[in-house]
Design a protein around this ligand. Sequence first.
Ligand code: NAP
Length: 309
Amino acid sequence: MHDVIIIGAGPAGLTAGLYTGRARLATLMLEKMVTGGRILMSETIENYPGFPAGVSTQELMRRMEEQVKELQVEIKSEEVLEIDCAQKSVKTEEGAYKAKAIIIAAGSRPRKLGVPGEEQLTGRGLSYCATCDGPLYKGKNVVVVGGGNAVAEEAIYLTRFAARVDIVHRRDELRASAILQEQLKANKKINFILSHVVTQISGSKKVESIKIKDLRSQEERDLACDGVFIYIGYDPETDFLKNKLHLDDSGFIITGEDMAASEEGIFACGDCRKKSLRQVITACGDGAIAAESAYKYISKGTTYGAKRT
Ligand code: NAP
């Protein structure tokens, strides 16, 4: 029996663990991938306060983990398969655990394009992680798909290796922040293919080309490339919570400002939560609040979790 189980060890979960650890709540953290979470798919983070020159995500997450471990928070590498909100228990492949409160910081996973060739060529020239696979494309031509901050950062990163980086985006303008757009436009290796969608990814053994469609003229053409990186947003890792908690239509957990989910003693924080801005800094903020609410719930009997729609 623990005081708190935290599901997920990304920035939100680690910050929640920092606060529950400092409150001397016996805390178990369960992480199915690697401690640090999805942010490790980016190489550096430039908008985390206190690091004017940016900071390596590996370094930032290593420090967060170290800080939490010093507080005797136990981190186990196990995937949560099921949760019982009333019992405050979770099941993993390895076992079952029970606590007085649960904090869900399960994060999100890259969204897929859903076009022919995507499944077959994943890992064979098609990737969702430039940090992992970018160095393989030295002197090659790559395409990145999407128009948000992730596409902008990863396109710039890929220019370290690739000879040419084409950004294919469905609208005629990106939604990436102004400072990133300035950096994109100043980079000679980057080309924009706007108002286009990818309709197919082709290649016999590995990616050789993609088919793109001009949404203004409806014309389709082939674009030769050696690699494709997809950055079209993220879906929440909340499949194990269906019919357990109130989720929005996209599967994000609905909480109040206190991070309380729809069931008593269950809290959610970070990218898996319905919110307007998903950043490391907002994930950390959520994590601190979720831990504080869990502490008040356990230690002071504060009531949380009125049904929210
Ligand atoms: P995002 O901001 O949600 O942008 C997704 C992009 O993909 C949008 O441009 C969207 O087009 C496009 N898209 C969505 N579905 C598509 C489809 N089926 N086909 C083609 N294009 C599609 O996602 P993100 O850039 O991955 O970032 C995710 C979150 O992390 C955001 O909150 C972002 O701000 C944050 N983030 C922040 C930083 C940073 O601040 N340093 C870095 C990385 C990520 P439309 O524009 O037409 O909708």
